[in-house]
Design a protein. Sequence first.
Lengths: 129, 161
Amino acid sequence: MNIQFRAPHLLACLAIALPLAASANAILDGYQAETKGTFSAAAGEKLYNTVGPKQLSCSSCHTSSPKNVGKHAKTNKAIDPMAPSVNPKRFSDSAQVEKWFKRNCNDALGRVCTTQEKGDFVSYMLSVK
Amino acid sequence: MRLITPLLLAALATASLSACAKYNGEDRGKPVMPAQSNAKWAAECAGCHMAYPPGLLPAASWEKVMSSLDKHFGTDASLSAADTKEITDYLVKYASNRWTASAAPLRITDGQWFKAKHYDKNEIAPAVWKRESVKSPGNCMACHSGADKGNFDENSIKIPQ
């Protein structure tokens, strides 16, 4: 059998493969490798709305939808949207992501977040379209 | 007497000098913003608020601020050790060159020069500071639109409603 790769076929293959490649996230893959478990976008959404001991949640500054521009609770500074669907820079730099998880889990929840929670959270962010 | 007079004069001169030191020695630097910038300082500080010019506080203040970033005015603003060091070095290097007092406040707004400039003449009504457009005395940009570039020129002040 003689298979010929013709341009229309290749394009069709790319059209299928590209969205798959775009939904993969290296940071999420890293958490996955660490926990070996599965992540839940629903659990991530719950975490996003959890109010901690200082009466703060993620949504206090990032608003009820991660697609919105947020506002720093103390300084009023505008915060770029967190959902990668509207702000592709998000969840692309591991050092940035870890820096903000460290700070904001502490501020909002009064503790560090587990790798499972981070995976759930990123799954939720990636699911917001 | 021959010995005492010069001593007395010296003591008097010192006393009068320190009494006359502007803002009791708590003066911002000149310039407040160095010509030399630092990318880490600009990016990290401005992540949450205007990156305050180094000359607004003395070196000892910056050292205190930067060594307690995990408890930064009620917020965790911690950075990696490498970034903390780079930004501390920058702030300390260009800290106020006119600050002679030993006081090293954590807040820029606690410095004598700040209080003298903003509160002494009652030019700004207390209610102005509470406006949503101002929010806090730490929000320089509300009235000094060039503050992030070190421009606090009196003539360019616009107090928002």
